[in-house]
Design a protein around this ligand. Structure first.
Ligand code: NAP
Length: 266
């Protein structure tokens, strides 16, 4: 179900890291549908960009660009964000969605794996915020940044200590920048999903039906969030419809993390 106005992003320029797959794809697709003038997707694999480029053609509204970028490289991130602003006349919205994750028992996490996940999900998110913040501050027009966290930032999740630590950092970055950058008219919010279907998540987090069923049993509503619904919250926070919202972390998890409290449901 669509709940956002067709002209919500009319004339705006947005950048989405990891915009070629999963949640990033859906956010990018909806940005175009909602009138964005230009949407730039950025991630490592140009193959991942082909689907959103084709989708943009089908939508026939706005313009889509893709940039091959590894968010672990701060200078490249800064350069790419500046290039977007120069090419499209500014940057209104930055969505820091790129992340990497895989299940591994904490006793066996190798330093290289730890660094990779922290570098992508936490440092990459901060580099994206910083680069966008610089452009938005310089323009004097401000802007909106939305970071993607996860509810295991505060519940923890056995098997993904690297990602849980990174997402806890993403929440702290979001709240810190929200206050620091409010005078610059830059809003910084986050969305914390519980499990939702994406090829990446299914492959890494619930690789078989039994694992998926076990996960579903932990969700009071008995269902995963839909990617469309999560994307709509990302877009609401990024939009002109939420001018006073900053430092917020919006949860989409079917009550999963609250359901961890004492006692059973009657
Ligand atoms: P996904 O489809 O696997 O998306 C991850 C994206 O990140 C990919 O497009 C990937 O593109 C990009 N990426 C990975 N490493 C990168 C790097 N070094 N530089 C640039 N881009 C990079 O997964 P998703 O499920 O949609 O996840 C989207 C967001 O939601 C993530 O932040 C994830 O942590 C969060 N989340 C997901 C779930 C879930 O259950 N699905 C739950 C909680 C939170 P390339 O491979 O082309 O680089």
């Amino acid at each position: 179900m669509r709940s956002l106005r067709d002209d919500l992003f009319e004339g705006q320029v947005a950048m989405v890291t990891g915009g070629g797959t999963g949640l990033g794809f859906e956010v990018s697709r909806q940005l175009l549908q909602l009138g964005a003038k230009a949407v730039v997707v950025a991630s490592r694999s140009s193959e991942h960009h082909a689907r959103i480029l084709a989708e943009a053609e089908r939508i026939g509204r706005g313009r889509i660009d893709s940039v091959v970028l590894d968010v672990r490289e701060p200078d490249r991130v800064d350069e790419a964000v500046r290039a977007v602003a120069e090419r499209h006349g500014g940057l209104d919205v930055m969505i820091n969605n790129a992340a990497g994750n895989f299940v591994v028992p904490s006793l066996r996490v190798k330093p290289k794996a730890w660094r990779a996940v922290i570098d992508i999900a936490l440092s990459g998110t901060f580099y994206g915020c910083q680069a966008a913040g610089r452009v938005m501050a310089r323009s004097g027009n401000g802007g909106a940044i939305v970071n993607i966290a996860a509810t295991y930032a505060w519940t923890g999740m056995p098997g993904v200590v690297h990602s849980a630590a990174a997402k806890a950092g993403v929440v702290a970055v979001t709240r810190t920048l929200a206050v620091e950058w409010a005078p610059l008219r830059i809003r910084v919010n986050a969305v914390a999903p519980g499990p939702f279907h994406s090829d990446g998540a299914a492959q890494n987090l619930w690789p078989d039906e039994a694992a998926k069923e076990a996960l579903l049993r932990t969700i009071p509503t008995g269902a995963f969030a839909s990617v469309t619904e999560v994307a709509e919250s990302v877009l609401f926070l990024a939009s002109r419809a939420a001018p006073s919202m900053t430092g917020e972390v919006v949860v989409h998890d079917g009550g999963q993390w609250l359901g961890k409290g004492m006692g059973r449901r009657p």
